[in-house]
Design a protein around this ligand. Sequence first.
Ligand code: ASP
Length: 583
Amino acid sequence: MLRTNNCGELREAHLGQEVIICGWVQRIRDKGGRAWIDLRDRYGMTQLIFEEGSTSVVLMNLVRTLGREYVIRVKGMVIERLSKNPKLPTGDIEIQVHHLEILNEAALPPFLIEDETDGGDELRMKYRYLDLRRTPVRKNLELRHQISRKIRTYLDNHNFIEVETPYLIKSTPEGARDFIVPSRMNPGQFYALPQSPQTFKQLLMVSGLDRYYQIVKCFRDEDLRADRQPEFTQIDCEMSFVEQEDVLEMFEGLVTFLFKEIKQIDLKKFPRLTYADALKYYGSDKPDLRFDMCFVELNEVIGSSVFPLFNEAELVVGINAIDCSTYSRKQLDELVNFVRKPQVGATALIYVKCNLDGSFKSSVDKFFDQDTLRTWAECFKAKPGDLILILAGKKDQTRKALNDLRLEMGDRLGLRNNDKICPAWVIDFPLFEWDEETQRYHAMHHPFTSPKSEYMGQVDKDPESIKASAYDMIINGVEIGGGSIRIHKRALQSKMFDVLGFTKEEAEAQFSFLLGAFEYGAPPHGGIAFGLDRLCCLFGGVESIRDFIAFPKNSSGRDVMIDSPSLLDEEQLTTLGIQIEKN
Ligand code: ASP
């Protein structure tokens, strides 16, 4: 070993010891007769001191040739620091150096390698290996490692075994586009990178492996957002001989264990919400449950109305913002502008202020008298001092817009604090959803999801009414994981493909392996997959999954460090049998 200690571990207990430490020069302070270096490695920072008189002239001169990020190795004695730094774990000591070796020089880094850096996003990504030297970024990777370790502990303790499944596969219909890999040995043929190991984990159940997991890369060729990457990591799990309840219990257990072990937070039993209720009360299948502000539908109390917007609306629905009746004209205008943004898409916002004196002031005073407004306030259980906000229009659109407004109000009122953890299960998803564009049914989860037992015989009769044995785990308004009980009988799986518009030939061509496997004794099974990157965000209290990925891609799907994707030369293309038209 080139060192006896690291840069984070020396304390007063080591005073008087001779040590050798290695690291990167974070900072040099040269005060003429005395110089200090902050030496950094993965474990922390240690101060080195050089003093004219006790330090040789040769060494003093060598110190003056050093620059930021030089890699050095020093030998010296641990001494007590005159001015201690209580913010630094090693802040009581420093090293009086008597030998210094430059292990490698360093060019001036393109941005400051400190907790607060002056480097913009793109620059930091181009030099990600330098960005990773920064403590907050390194801490994110350490947290990710901790989470993965704890996941493995829990699953190992429950008899799950980790099995690797292939990356070069064929398209699985999970709803996104596949990344494609040409096969040189099979000209004109292509592999697809897995969007998830779904069919493989089901085959492992047919094999009798009983409990499987894998922390695995998945690939989806989608448009990117802050919380999406073309390659991301799932904690993919599957179990045999289980019903929905067993899966929910096992994985509620996993997440509860993680919060306890990593954050010392005791989570209570997760509430459950049906998909229909989630939409009705929150306008979203992943509601943020850190605050109430449930939707109240007003269609019935309004009846037929003289107010045109309400009269034409399929849905009139609102929320009650507690203690907001004092909102100024300006604040209300901000909310009106918010709901009118194209991404939110409402045309108008109606407000009712429940004044402290018991009267009401609304934006529709012309159409509704005080008694009517009082009836509405009762529906919302609004008290004097509250502010009711109402949207009206087409059902789905209005719910979505009110969900956006609810979250906006949650932010404004400081109700979306990251220290609060509010998990829930969303259950009873529809099995199918109708897609206007393609004029056919899509599987809401994926085609392997089983209908709930009470709908078993009617998959092809009234597809829209069927509920699936599918579930999502949500935490603070983010979908953390999702899964289902699977179909394990060939006849039902074939029928499912029929409803989804596959011809017999297409189903056979794409899934004969799975349909075939179901003929050889497939056990009842079900599972779930969690997004590890998102889980890390939740534990780390940040928004972007990129912060927890060592080498992430940018919003155009590029790795700006290695400059990928990139062109291939003619010869490579020819070998692969690919012709690119040049224009
Ligand atoms: N394969 C599914 C997904 O990636 C998860 C599951 O059903 O287990 O969303």
